[in-house]
Design a protein around this ligand. Structure first.
Ligand code: HEC
Length: 130
C-alpha cells in the first residue's frame, strides 16, 4: 500500500483539507465581523424613540438638577464629570443618549429614563451650547 505514489496522494489530500479549513475559518471570521458591523449600525429602539420626540429644555434642566449636578456641576460647568457646555458639539445625540443610559464609563452611572425625559435632557444640553 505504501508505495511512493499513494503517499503523495495522501499528502495532497491533507494539503487540500488544510486549505479548506483555512478558507472556512477566514470565511467564518469575515461573516462574524460583518454581522457585528451590521449590529452596530442597527439603531437601538430607545434611541430611535428619543430622537423622534421634541424635547423641552426647561424640564430637561430640572431633570439635570436632580440627577446630574452632583457630578457635572450646578450649571454643567464640570466637577467630577466634565463640563457639558460643548457636549452636543462634540458628541452626536446617539452618543449622549448611550452615555446616559448605558453606564459604560464609571463612575457615571446608567440611568433608567423615559424617552421623553431623555429628549428633555438632550434639549437642555443643546441649549447650553447656544
Ligand atoms: C456619579 C457622577 C456622575 C453623574 C451622576 C452623572 N455623570 Fe455624566 N459623567 C461623569 C463622568 C466621570 C464622565 C466622564 C466619563 C469618561 O468619559 O471618562 C461623564 C461624562 C458625561 C458625558 C460625556 C461628556 C463628554 O464630553 O464626553 C455626558 C454627555 C454626561 N456625562 C451626561 C450626564 C447626564 C445628562 C447626567 C444626568 C442624567 C450625568 N451625566 C450624570 C460623571 C457623572
Amino acid at each position: 500500500m505504501n508505495t511512493p505514489s499513494s503517499k503523495a496522494l495522501i499528502n495532497q489530500e491533507q494539503k487540500i483539507s488544510f486549505r479548506r479549513i483555512c478558507f472556512l475559518s477566514i470565511a467564518t471570521l469575515a461573516s462574524l465581523i460583518l454581522l457585528w458591523k451590521i449590529g452596530n449600525f442597527k439603531q437601538d429602539p430607545f434611541i430611535t424613540e428619543t430622537l423622534s420626540i421634541q424635547g423641552e429644555a426647561l424640564s430637561g434642566s430640572k431633570l439635570f438638577k436632580i440627577n446630574c449636578v452632583g457630578c457635572h456641576g450646578i450649571s454643567a460647568q464640570g466637577f467630577v464629570g466634565p463640563d457639558l457646555h460643548e457636549a452636543t458639539k462634540e458628541l452626536s445625540d446617539q452618543k449622549i443618549i448611550n452615555q446616559v443610559i448605558r453606564g459604560l464609563t464609571p463612575p457615571m452611572p446608567s440611568f433608567e429614563i423615559e424617552p421623553q425625559s431623555m429628549a428633555d435632557l438632550l434639549a437642555y444640553m443643546h441649549s447650553l451650547n447656544q
